[in-house]
Write a protein that binds this ligand. Structure first.
Ligand code: 5GP
Length: 177
């Protein structure tokens, strides 16, 4: 069924069952890859909160989870944007980190944020995203775990918003033509 968020109409794209089935496979893969380790999942707020929770529930090895919020400022730096993280209190030294994102679009956000994590000398950093738009990627970013590769069209639901609304749907909708 179509939904309207603010002024736009969205059509069903990924059902709740499709999402949950894919997450079970991702979680199994991650649990195998990190066997004998104790990874720290870092969810990027706000968009990843539902995905991170559902993924984490299916992880079968000892793991911890934390969340951060990235804020971008348009401003004085040469790149025009500075990414600041809010809320990461853990010591990352020697930790195996898995970043959990809702969607990788151009790759800009993570490309700019990763150096600040690397500085803290974690043992490893991998990226897990529910969605990726390969056509939109503009920054060289290695994404290790991808739920779904999707076309370059705007989506909402399952944590993803359009101007603040739409996060509460348990399925994912794509913008209508
Ligand atoms: P990037 O820095 O990779 O270009 O963008 C990543 C961020 O852009 C995501 O975390 C998300 O907030 C936003 N974004 C990109 N594409 C979409 C989309 O189709 N729908 C929604 N709701 N957000 C998107």
């Amino acid at each position: 069924m179509k939904v309207t968020v603010h002024d736009k109409t969205f059509v069903p794209y990924l059902s709740s069952i499709e999402i949950q089935d894919r997450i079970a496979i991702l979680a199994k893969q991650i649990s195998q890859d990190y066997e004998g380790k104790q990874p720290l999942f870092i969810g990027i707020l706000n968009g990843s909160f539902i995905f991170a929770a559902d993924l984490f529930k299916q992880i079968s090895i000892p793991s911890s989870i934390s969340f951060i919020k990235l804020v971008s400022y348009k401003g004085t730096s040469s790149t025009g944007t500075v990414i600041t993280s809010i809320g990461l209190e853990e010591n990352l030294t020697d930790k195996d980190i898995i970043i959990v994102e809702d969607i990788v679009d151009t790759g800009k956000t993570l490309t700019e944020f990763l150096p600040s994590l690397s500085k803290q000398n974690p043992a490893s950093i991998k990226i897990c995203t529910l969605l990726q738009k390969p056509e939109a990627l503009q920054y060289p970013l290695d994404v290790d775990y991808v739920g779904f590769s999707i076309p370059n069209k705007f989506v909402v639901g399952y944590g993803l918003d359009y101007d603040g609304l739409g996060r509460n749907y348990s399925e994912i909708f794509q913008i209508g033509e």
